[in-house]
Design a protein around this ligand. Structure first.
Ligand SMILES: [Zn+2]
Length: 277
């Protein structure tokens, strides 16, 4: 496997004015970068221009544009939204001002969460897979189903045999709270499908941006164990409303937010099992 060079640039004095965590740039491949703090935007420099995936918000978008301009003067050709949630797709205005075309899966475009900071997509793609060809480079876009939000897209960069997935694999942490706007069963099924993709490196949009297939495998195992532990508590006759506090998964105690969120993760599975959603 290619050894990844991680370049962490601190964007200087501007960030000292912010109380939020520091925005960092990660150079993950020759022309592929991630920029963010606890949530990450990705950009790909092609010979014709720059493709940005998820502007995130105004603050991260402006630091990302600064990072882009430190490497190239090429135009921003595309902004692609990973899905319909505005914690990932706000702040695109500065890219629109640069003339970028905004793209999303049709199911994301039709269900954009309303927010004045979100630029509506100019174009939508449909189906399970498409390839964006730009500047002689390909970006493969995959849609698997309604797993988290709407129109969730997984990105593969054949040039680097790398995959970028947003929200579907979050490393080093239990699942987010009560899994808002998610369909857990479909999510797990789609993780098995993502595991069929060819890739060496896996980039992710929360907590830790750079990983590999072991992060995907751990996310799958966590889901499987969460289902198994919840089902066992039900089979043992644990009173329904006591199940979330009774289920323990000590093998995951080291994950972030284990104490705060595990019971919410269990509630989500219980709800799916009790009402079918
Ligand atoms: Zn989301």
């Amino acid at each position: 496997m290619k050894k990844t060079t991680i370049l962490m640039l601190f964007f200087g004095i501007v960030n000292l004015c912010y109380s939020q965590s520091e925005i960092k740039e990660y150079k993950v491949q020759d022309s592929l970068y991630l920029v963010g703090d606890r949530v990450y935007s990705l950009y790909y420099i092609t010979p014709d221009g720059v493709v940005v995936i998820d502007p995130i918000n105004e603050r991260i978008a402006s630091e990302t544009l600064r990072s882009i301009r430190s490497h190239t003067d090429l135009p921003i050709t595309h902004v692609i939204y990973s899905h319909n949630h505005w914690d990932h797709n706000s702040g695109g205005r500065i890219y629109k001002e640069q003339g970028a075309t905004f793209l999303a899966h049709e199911k994301a475009a039709a269900n954009m969460t309303p927010n004045e900071n979100v630029i509506e997509p100019d174009a939508a793609w449909s189906g399970d897979k498409t390839v964006l060809e730009t500047g002689g480079k390909d970006i493969e876009l995959y849609f698997y189903g309604q797993n988290h939000g709407n129109g969730m897209t997984v990105f593969r960069f054949p040039e680097y045999n790398a995959v970028f997935t947003v929200d579907l694999v979050v490393p080093d942490r239990v699942l987010y709270a009560y899994l808002p706007d998610a369909k857990p069963k479909q999510w797990l099924e789609d993780l098995y499908e993502i595991d069929k993709l060819k890739f060496d490196e896996l980039y992710m949009a929360h907590v830790r941006p750079i990983g590999d297939r072991s992060d995907l495998k751990l996310q799958i195992r966590y889901f499987e164990d969460l289902y198994a532990a919840t089902e066992k508590a039900m089979a043992d006759g644990t009173p329904f409303f006591e199940i979330p506090d009774k289920v323990r998964m000590p093998q995951y105690e080291n994950l972030k937010n284990y104490d705060e969120w595990l019971h919410m993760n269990v509630w989500r599975i219980l709800m799916e099992k009790s009402i079918g959603q």
